[in-house]
Design a protein around this ligand. Structure first.
Ligand code: ZN
Length: 186
């Protein structure tokens, strides 16, 4: 940010009084512009034993596979956002279930949240941001062509938990969570 969105005057980077971090402060009207991490919300759409993945039609990671996910919009909840992204990118209506994974991506200034989701029918189609959408058995997951570390980690947790019977037990499972390191490239 170079200019104030309130008054269009130049911005300076400085530590305001009663603060401990550098902020974008307007030289003219004094407004402090805060920047905070953004939430990326998505789903793990399950139909019978298969998982729905989208192949990206947009950068970054054009041509790579991902779970349907995207930035939350103002005024919506995380679950509403996850369902909306799934409909937009994969053309699938899902029933959003429990929160499954939470991944901090500090270097990208993002937090990624993935919800378990069920599809009542194998109805889906590629949205504008997808080249193709397909249901995958575990053995067919394109591991070397997954778009993002958060998606790869979520899928690894999911299949390990499913194999261990975590989703069949009546016990509550706890949300899977970790931080993604800047060095984690796929
Ligand atoms: Zn200003």
């Amino acid at each position: 940010m170079k200019f104030c969105s309130q008054c269009a005057s130049p911005i300076s980077i400085k530590i305001p009084a009663d603060d401990s971090r550098e902020r974008h402060v307007c030289d003219s009207c004094g407004v402090i512009h805060y920047f905070n991490p953004r939430n990326v919300v998505g789903s793990i759409p399950v139909y019978r034993d298969q998982i729905l993945l989208c192949r990206r039609a947009i950068e970054p990671r054009h041509g790579f596979w991902t779970l349907p996910a995207g930035f939350m919009e103002l005024g919506e909840s995380t679950t509403t956002g996850a369902a909306r992204e799934t409909q937009e990118e994969a053309g699938a209506i899902v029933q959003i279930g429990p929160l499954y994974s939470l991944l901090n991506v500090p270097h990208a200034e993002q937090v990624h949240l993935f919800y378990l989701a069920t599809m009542s029918s194998p109805d889906f189609h590629a949205g504008e941001e997808s080249l193709e959408v397909a249901l995958f058995d575990e053995k067919d997951i394109p591991w070397s062509d997954i778009a993002f570390p958060t998606v790869k980690q979520t899928l690894e947790w999911f299949f390990a938990d499913r194999t261990a019977g975590v989703f069949n037990s009546s016990k509550e499972f706890s949300v899977r969570s970790r931080d993604i390191l800047p060095t984690e490239k796929i």
